[in-house]
Design a protein around this ligand. Structure first.
Ligand code: FAD
Length: 496
């Protein structure tokens, strides 16, 4: 039993003078840099019945890219330069879909954005540019600052190549291997095979209006009320980005970081006036950070210092989250808005609403439920306005904070904090990539029962021995040895 084993690795000091245990870190890694490397690794694992994990950037909040006593395929170095194709026809399809970019398993957002800079094109990928767009990002859904207008990662993917668990290399798209294409776009990473490359739509690059606002507020409820009351209008107007309040205590910071391709700078200022006027009327408003500007293109937008300052400190930090996709209908009545504010005020961690749902994006006919391009993400994405997140972190080198008991309390608290929001959004979902490790209704929240049933059937066909698996992934076994380090929280966890 490896639970409680740790390695006092800190972001600032490195490894402390202490014993480092293996914990959940796999015993063996293959540094896979080609399709052949991945095929050989998977065939070897099949031959020896080795449990497999796949790691790209290691950003997985739920630990899916590691596992006790697993054989790990590390894809980080499989990252040749992205390739643009002007008029791309997916294999087996009757005609072209338009301009696309193809990138491999180890590519990260930073390289994708810089390779598109100056081409006149932009592409959806993570707000945080260190995330792997061909790895867990697209496998879980994939949101970013432009998802409200251009769709999720799964909507933009035109073709994916994957080595299946038995070593077979296949190409999946809307015209062939549709079941696999469905599973790879929302079914979750590390489950259906190792994706080697993703081909995704390009859009004409453009200017974006940008706003960044930050200020401490004494009356947190009033600040929440303004954000909730305006939320639907801001979403309808096409904002991407995020906003929220960092806590419930007086002095918590209200933050708004928004991008808009539909509104010019004056229109952006005008639509935010209820918020900026309110904040400017408060004592202490001179401490407000407020910046409006035009971002000339995606590269500038993704590299804005305010965005980087907000997101990058999360990388390499011990952090856990809970998530809820909050439906649009909850914002449409006064009672609904009050209930949202009450739920936000019942949570001590502070909140961030990622404006990530594709509210300004029309799902193509082929991608509607039952269509050949249907994705397996929770249908809740399609009528939600917020991907609401709560988060908390801990110091991995603190012996008290990292005891199993302290961690169990923390994971339980962040999970339970979302319960009031779950209660007022029955049937809604959560974003599996940024979800509660101990999500009470993982199947209903991440996929919905219908998608789940199809995914499970595909999983059983592709990987009957369940060698590729991870926590809360399709077909997982909670008592699998690879999950030995997980705790038992809210009745979810290994029975030993
Ligand atoms: C700092 C930070 C910022 C984030 N920002 C965003 C954001 O802006 N938008 C967003 O949507 N999400 C965001 N996320 C969540 C992110 O999408 C998930 O953590 C995602 O799973 C990361 O995928 P990865 O491949 O980079 O990471 P990894 O941890 O390496 O992999 C994640 C999962 O995918 C599997 N996997 C990786 N590569 C492959 C492959 N080639 N084939 C099959 N399975 C694979 C792994 O086994 C694991 O289960 C963020 C996370 C962090 C930590």
């Amino acid at each position: 039993m490896k639970r409680g084993q740790k390695c006092t690795l800190t972001a600032t000091e490195g490894v402390r003078n202490d014993t480092c245990f293996q914990g959940t870190v796999p015993d063996y890694y293959v540094d896979a840099q080609s399709v052949e490397d991945i095929q050989k690794s998977l065939r070897f694992a099949q031959q020896h019945k080795l449990p497999i994990t796949v790691k790209n950037t290691g950003h997985d909040y739920r630990g899916g890219s590691a596992g006790v006593n697993t054989f790990a395929i590390w894809t980080h170095n499989f990252a040749p330069d992205p390739v643009i194709t002007e008029n791309f026809t997916p294999d087996g399809c009757p005609g072209p879909v338009g301009p696309v970019v193809t990138y491999h398993a180890g590519q990260i957002g930073t390289h994708l954005y810089s390779s598109l800079q100056g081409t006149g094109y932009m592409s959806v990928a993570g707000s945080c540019s260190t995330v792997g767009p061909s790895g867990g990002w697209v496998a879980g859904g994939g949101h970013g600052i432009f998802a409200p207008s251009f769709g999720l990662g799964v909507d933009n993917a035109q073709q994916m190549k994957v080595v299946l668990p038995n070593g077979t290399y296949v190409t999946a798209n809307r015209c062939q291997n549709q079941d696999i294409f469905f599973a790879l776009r929302g079914g979750g990473g590390g489950t259906f095979g190792v994706v080697t490359e993703t081909t995704t739509l390009l859009h004409k690059d453009q200017e974006f209006s940008f706003v960044f606002l930050q200020m401490p507020v004494q009356d947190v409820r009033a600040a929440n009320e303004i954000l909730v009351a305006n939320a639907e209008r801001w979403s309808d107007e096409g904002f991407g980005g995020l906003y929220g309040v960092t806590g419930i205590e007086p002095g918590s910071n209200i933050i708004f970081l928004g991008y808009n391709a539909n509104l010019n700078l004056n229109e952006t200022k005008a639509t935010l006036k209820p918020l900026t006027d309110y904040l400017q009327s408060l004592p202490g408003s001179e401490s407000m950070l407020l910046e409006f500007k035009t971002q000339p293109n995606q590269y500038a937008a993704q590299n804005d210092p305010a965005l980087l300052a907000l997101l990058l400190p999360e990388a390499g930090v011990s952090l856990t989250r809970s998530s809820r996709l909050v439906p649009k209908k909850n914002f449409q009545t006064a009672d609904g808005q009050k209930a949202i504010v009450d739920a936000l005020m019942a949570n001590k961690f502070g909140w961030g609403a990622v404006i990530a749902s594709p509210t300004n994006y029309t799902l193509a006919e082929s991608d509607q439920p039952g269509g050949p391009g249907e994705a397996s993400v929770s249908p809740a994405w399609r009528d939600s306005m917020w991907h609401l997140t709560y988060g908390t972190n801990w110091d991995p080198a603190d012996p008290v904070a990292t005891s199993p008991e302290a961690l169990a309390t923390m994971f339980q608290e962040i999970s339970e904090a979302m319960d009031p929001m779950r209660a007022i959004t029955p049937g809604a979902g959560a974003y599996q990539n940024e979800a509660d490790v101990y999500e009470p209704d993982a199947i209903g929240s991440f996929w919905g029962e219908k998608n789940y049933a199809r995914l499970l059937a595909i999983k059983k066909q592709l990987d009957p021995d369940n060698l590729m698996s991870c926590w809360n992934c399709i077909g997982w076994d909670v008592n699998d040895e690879r999950h030995e380090c997980y705790l038992n929280v809210r009745g979810i966890g290994p029975s030993n």
